[in-house]
Ligand binder design. Structure first.
Ligand SMILES: Nc1ncnc2c1ncn2[C@@H]1O[C@H](COP(=O)(O)OP(=O)(O)OP(=O)(O)O)[C@@H](O)[C@H]1O
Length: 226
């Protein structure tokens, strides 16, 4: 039997192509605030609880009662985190109420090592940062049917003040421009009707990760690797 070069094996699978060393490629979901990313991700996790996982973020804020280090967050301090940021250990960071938050490359790789798809719900700035790393995820951009509809959804969610609503809408306009630029994302999905959108996302993921599902006796979907 001929000895095949390792590159040959690597080309067999698409989504799992780097599984030999690292695990499945992460999945980035990006889109303006209020487009429906959390709603779609929740559906995905509900349907496929063993396939997807979030990474554990770092934070410099104090743990709240019941929060465990390494489970809810990696709790750290400002000096240490700033040093790690300088070392390039984070793929994205943000500041909220004076505390630092961030996703480390290592946290994503830990999910990959478990053989699960690490799901990253991040903004365009985060996408740009990830593109400078070797994480090599699949990029999905979720866009609203229109800015007017986005405004309606954000208002209906009841989480915004007039000021934060305006801020989100203005950021959304520039995010849409980046999201719709060809080559920036592997797929752009318009979230018009939720059921249809979820179906498109689901089909993309099944094909991309080279997975198929079948309806079992209990009508629960099960994954098989082809
Ligand atoms: N297709 C849809 N049609 C109508 N409403 C929707 C649709 N998808 C999501 N929504 C609603 O829009 C609101 C915003 O959705 P969601 O919170 O999932 O957005 P998000 O992109 O995760 O926002 P953020 O980035 O701010 O967390 C929610 O109230 C959600 O129920």
């Amino acid at each position: 039997m001929p000895i095949l070069p390792i590159q040959w094996f690597r080309t067999i699978k698409i989504g799992y192509s780097n599984m030999i060393h690292k695990g499945p490629r992460p999945l980035v979901l990006c889109g303006p605030s209020g487009t429906g990313k959390s709603t779609l991700i929740k559906r995905l996790f509900d349907e496929f609880p063993d396939t997807f996982k979030f990474s554990v973020s770092h934070t410099t804020r104090m743990p709240r009662p019941g929060e465990e280090d390494g489970t809810h967050y990696h709790f750290t301090d400002k000096e240490k985190m700033q040093q790690q940021m300088k070392n390039g250990e984070f793929i994205e960071t943000a500041t909220f109420s004076g505390n630092l938050y961030g996703t480390s490359k290592r946290a994503v790789e830990e999910v990959q090592r478990l053989g699960k798809v690490c799901v990253l719900d991040i903004d365009i700035q985060g996408v740009k940062q990830i593109k400078r790393t070797d994480l090599n995820p699949f990029y999905v951009f979720v866009k609203p049917p229109s800015i007017e509809e986005l405004e309606r959804r954000l208002k209906a969610r009841n989480t915004e003040t007039e000021e934060s609503l305006e801020r989100r809408l203005s950021i959304a306009r520039s995010e849409l421009e980046y999201g719709e630029t060809p080559g920036n994302f592997d797929v752009v999905i318009e979230n018009d009707e939720l059921e249809k959108t979820y179906e498109i996302l689901r089909n993309f993921i099944l094909a991309t990760y080279n997975l198929r599902c079948s309806t079992g006796e209990s009508s629960v979907f099960r994954f098989f690797r082809r």
